[in-house]
Design a protein around this ligand. Structure first.
Ligand SMILES: Cc1ncc(COP(=O)(O)O)c(C=O)c1O
Length: 450
């Protein structure tokens, strides 16, 4: 098979140069067709939580494909999707009982918005349709999901097509949106939600959506301890649903089943994707509270219609069940919990580089923000912005480490960050290797730009 950009029919990420051809994956490693080995330091885009090439998942997949791969949800239910819904409801915080399946995170966040709207339609609150979200967030690339997303660079080409969903700033203590400091700030950033609801009118707003730890748009930004309690209270005060977008943080990524548990807050809905099937099948969904479930079930028609062709298939169910069983049998979430401190300590040695401004995160989801000046936190200029993290990532890739670069963590345009989010099966020596390759790669770029 030809492996050059001129003869490829595949629309690549980079349309002018072709990526290496992957040959196989095993554990935390990927191998290309030349035999070169890479550490998957971000589990793809924070997906491959259980590592690559797990035989048990392949076996479960093959067995289900031979039995029955597909049925439409209005014709049949299936053992695997029933079992998976039960397993997910059992993993979720108490009170979250219903599970609806889709195939991607973007479909999941859009579905959550549609569920929120139907919840209010059933109560004749027909105007409650707007979703409030945050700037410097990412909820997906389809138009509805992108409308919720505050990822400035990904929104740019589509601004005229997006829905006018209101946004508040993210709670980023390294770059406080209120120009204050925690705890003297009194969590003013959380109260922006109240202000926004009051200005727009609660009768127009159905939900507030947030990533418990901001992922791709800002590089693992972790809110202060009181943040989500305040958000929960505001949502309750104005009869607005709280949606946790746990596409990245769900299924153990932060060391607990779901990220929101760190704040001891139960949302009304959780959107999940990525880690649910760890990359072995397109699987995502929404977990809804008993309260929402009851309103939908007892509603005018008792029908939830806005599904997709691939909502809740036996294949997705079988793969999802086997991934969760594998995580439980190998106590992989405990491994995240046990090694997160080690990963944090090792990553923080990178502060020795003057272009490393902030290292933040939770569990196995870490972000590094690069700055021009460590003391003043001055970012690289917009022109340089996006390049520094990219350059470091490219150097790391050459040296056999995959990380996930991003831009815009300062104001949507400026700011350079990367995510480090290894598979849950990683060992201490392998964490050391990740940090050592990052250390070398940062040194190389630091020299080049000085
Ligand atoms: C928090 C969050 N929500 C939603 C999405 C969109 O998921 P997908 O790319 O599967 O559509 C992503 C993807 O990175 C994400 O990180």
């Amino acid at each position: 098979m030809a492996h050059d950009i001129e003869n490829s029919h595949f629309l690549h990420y980079n349309l002018r140069s072709i990526a290496p051809m992957v040959e196989r994956g095993e554990g935390i490693y990927l191998y290309d067709s030349s035999g070169k080995r890479y550490i998957d330091g971000t589990s793809g885009p924070v997906v491959c939580n259980i590592g690559h090439g797990v035989k048990e998942i392949g076996e479960a997949y093959a067995a289900q494909a031979e039995k029955v791969a597909y049925v439409f949800r209005s014709h049949f239910t299936s053992e695997p999707s029933e079992k998976l819904a039960t397993m997910i409801a059992e993993m979720a915080p108490k009170g979250l009982e219903g599970v609806f399946f889709v195939s991607s995170g973007s479909e999941g966040t859009e579905m959550a918005a549609k569920i929120a709207h139907q919840y209010y339609l059933e109560q004749d609150k027909v105007r409650k349709e707007l979703i409030v979200s945050r700037w410097l967030s990412y909820h997906g690339i389809t138009m509805g999901a992108l409308s919720m997303s505050g990822h400035v660079q990904r929104r740019k080409n589509f601004v005229n097509s997006l829905l006018p969903y209101p946004k508040i700033p993210i709670p980023n203590c390294y770059r406080c949106p209120e120009n204050s400091q925690y705890p003297a700030c009194n969590l003013a950033c959380a109260y922006r939600l109240k202000e926004t609801i009051q200005m727009i009118g609660e009768e127009y707003i159905s939900a507030f959506i947030a990533e418990p730890v901001v992922g791709a748009a800002a590089g693992a930004v972790v809110p202060p301890p009181e943040y989500y309690k305040i958000i929960r209270e505001i949502c309750d005060e104005f009869d607005i649903l709280l949606i946790a977008d746990e596409v990245m943080t769900g299924f153990g990524r932060t060391g607990l089943n779901f990220g929101m548990e760190h704040w001891d807050v139960t949302p009304d809905m959780i959107v999940f994707a990525k880690g649910a099937s760890a990359g072995y099948y397109p699987l995502a969904g929404v977990i809804i509270s008993e309260k929402i479930f009851d309103v939908l079930k007892n509603g005018k028609k008792g029908i939830f219609s806005p599904g997709h062709t691939y909502s809740g298939t036996p294949m997705a169910g079988a793969v999802g069940c086997s991934v969760i069983e594998y995580m439980q049998q190998h106590k992989l979430i405990d491994n995240v919990k046990n090694l997160s401190g080690y990963l944090e300590d090792r990553l923080k040695t990178l502060y020795s580089h003057t272009i490393v401004g902030d290292i933040r995160g939770k569990g196995f989801l870490w972000g590094i923000e690069f700055v021009k000046n460590q003391k003043t936190k001055e970012p690289f200029s917009a022109k340089q912005g996006g390049n520094i993290a990219d350059l470091i990532s490219k150097t790391a890739f050459t040296n056999g480490l995959i990380v996930y670069p991003g831009g815009g963590c300062v104001d949507g345009n400026r700011g350079d960050h990367m995510l480090v989010a290894p598979p849950f099966i990683i060992k201490k020596q392998e964490i050391d290797k990740i940090v050592s390759i990052l250390d070398q790669s940062i040194s190389i770029i630091e020299k080049e730009i000085s």
